[in-house]
Design a protein around this ligand. Sequence first.
Ligand SMILES: NC(=O)C1=CN([C@@H]2O[C@H](COP(=O)(O)OP(=O)(O)OC[C@H]3O[C@@H](n4cnc5c(N)ncnc54)[C@H](OP(=O)(O)O)[C@@H]3O)[C@@H](O)[C@H]2O)C=CC1
Ligand SMILES: O=C(O)C(=O)Cc1c[nH]c2ccccc12
Length: 196
Amino acid sequence: MFSFSEQNNLFGRRCVWINGLVIAGAGPSGLAISACLKDQGIPFVVIERSDCIASLWQKRTYDRLKLHLPKRFCQLPKAQKFDIKPQFNECVQSAKFDEACKLWCVKTVSTAGSVRSETEYICQMLVVATGENVEGVIPKIEGLKEFSGEVIIHAKDYKTGVKYVYTGKNDLVVGCGNSGMEVSLDLANHNAKPSW
Ligand SMILES: NC(=O)C1=CN([C@@H]2O[C@H](COP(=O)(O)OP(=O)(O)OC[C@H]3O[C@@H](n4cnc5c(N)ncnc54)[C@H](OP(=O)(O)O)[C@@H]3O)[C@@H](O)[C@H]2O)C=CC1
Ligand SMILES: O=C(O)C(=O)Cc1c[nH]c2ccccc12
């Protein structure tokens, strides 16, 4: 049923035909869609640039993170249960829809090791499930370069206030979203002196 055929194209690139969908991203959305497709026996391949599923949740969260929503809104499909095996360390570079053939051509490059290997997936449908919060943004703040205090970190790299205990210095948290408020609380719980 899962018909993937593979060969090299004219440029020596690996070329894979997927008789179904390509899903870009193995985060919660990509996994949820994969689980539904698996249930219905529809062929797909998941491309993930990181080396694990839900990498933002596994690698970019602070220690005290807990969801505030009721459990029923936060359930993740189990990749193992649905036998979902993403192509890890592979990053989608481009996706073009060929109007004549009614097919997508999705180009990827492997992100593992030193040898760059490219692949082209030809498929009927493409799902972009690459998330909305993956890139950390540090706004351009005047004077930031000259600031002599400890280098400011982004919330994605913050783990715990343990590091900042009893320094006697003031900490400034920029942003009053969930991350900003919870980092501030964590700093306060560790006797740091946050303002926001
Ligand atoms: N426990 C949980 O479940 C958690 C959930 N989350 C979720 O993750 C998502 C991202 O959250 P979060 O990381 O907090 O990001 P958000 O985008 O929600 O919040 C960022 C905040 O920073 C402010 N901001 C941006 N630039 C500046 C600036 N230059 N100066 C001052 N303030 C600035 C924004 O203000 P403005 O909007 O005016 O631009 C906004 O209030 C959200 O959906 C959130 O709910 C995050 C952490 C924990
Ligand atoms: O449980 C909360 O407080 C949330 O903010 C949940 C939530 C909504 N949108 C998000 C995007 C990324 C991470 C968590 C959430």
